[in-house]
Design a protein around this ligand. Structure first.
Ligand SMILES: [Zn+2]
Ligand SMILES: [Zn+2]
Length: 298
């Protein structure tokens, strides 16, 4: 019985986006009913086991209470020990301030949020419609001839397959599933960013891990594709053998600047507990500029 109340309380999480105050009130109401039910349980059922749902709801209520008291979500639970940089992170790594990067990341996160909303309303969704590529990608003819290429060297206005070329990319967002292809955002060694669409690879747990934030991949014969409807450019992969997964354990990376966790202990987002940050500055920028909120509770 308590578990049922906690589950109801948890379900108001979806409503948080639309009406935070009323959702929170209802969440608290059902949480308290759950606690009451726990107190009234027959002694033979006690002690009541630890419930993940209960813990999750409790966490949200406590964070929200602190925010209501005037604190900011970012302050809560964040104890960064990294000494403040003299220069801000955007000055130190100027490519992070690229407006195109910001636009792509926000759009990607919005896509994940929209899809999650849709999935909650419908039992089953599968969007398999896609417009076939103009060009057919194949694997390189002879590997010995393959040379590296960067995003700057690729023309973003022309549909073109760069034959006998390879591009080394780091994924800077988690994959977005649910469409005909896996949607990704990738960065090359210069810090330039591109959208990336991988077709013909199953959208499962394995793909989620191999294509997660921070993973490195090499694409052979990359295809710069101009979107047939929105005219935006992105790299399209149709031939799965053109993707080489560099299977290295990337460990914890800062969600905003991509720094790896070394001597500085990272802090994670108080709400989702998934996104980690190297500094408060990065956490603030990810929340405010890159709209982490969109994917925080999906
Ligand atoms: Zn950082
Ligand atoms: Zn979060």
């Amino acid at each position: 019985m308590p578990e049922a109340y906690y589950a109801v309380a948890n379900s108001y999480m979806v409503e948080m986006e639309r009406n935070k105050v009323s959702a929170l009130r209802k969440m608290k109401h059902y949480f308290n009913l759950g606690k009451e039910a726990e107190d009234n349980m027959l002694p033979c059922y006690l002690p009541y086991g630890e419930s993940d749902v209960r813990r999750g709801v409790e966490n949200i209520i406590s964070v929200a209470a602190k925010v209501e008291e005037g604190g900011s979500l970012l302050e809560f639970g964040s104890v960064f020990t990294k000494p403040a940089n003299e220069k801000g992170i955007l000055e130190e790594k100027q490519y992070l301030a690229n407006p195109l990067r910001k636009q792509m990341v926000i759009r990607h996160r919005q896509g994940i949020a929209d899809f999650a909303k849709l999935a909650k309303r419908l039992d089953h969704i599968e969007i398999t419609q896609t417009i076939p590529p103009k060009l057919i990608q194949t694997t390189p003819r002879r590997m010995g001839h393959v040379k590296p290429i960067s995003l700057k060297e690729m023309n973003p206005t022309t549909d073109h397959i760069y034959e006998d070329r390879l591009i080394d990319l780091t994924l800077i967002e988690d994959p977005s599933f649910g469409f005909a292809s896996i949607h990704l955002i990738a960065e090359d060694e210069n810090g330039d960013v591109t959208r990336l669409y991988i077709y013909n690879v199953e959208q499962n747990k394995e793909a989620e891990e191999k294509l997660g934030h921070g993973s490195r991949i090499v694409l052979l014969n990359p295809y710069m594709r101009i979107g047939s409807q929105d005219y935006t450019n992105g790299i399209r992969v149709d031939e799965p053998r053109c993707v080489v997964y560099l299977d290295e354990d990337v460990g914890k990376l800062c969600r905003f600047c991509g720094t790896g966790e070394e001597s500085v202990p990272f802090q994670c987002c108080a709400l989702c507990k998934k996104a980690s940050y190297c500094s408060k500055e990065c956490q603030t920028l990810d929340w405010k500029v890159m709209k982490h909120k969109l994917i925080c509770l999906v």
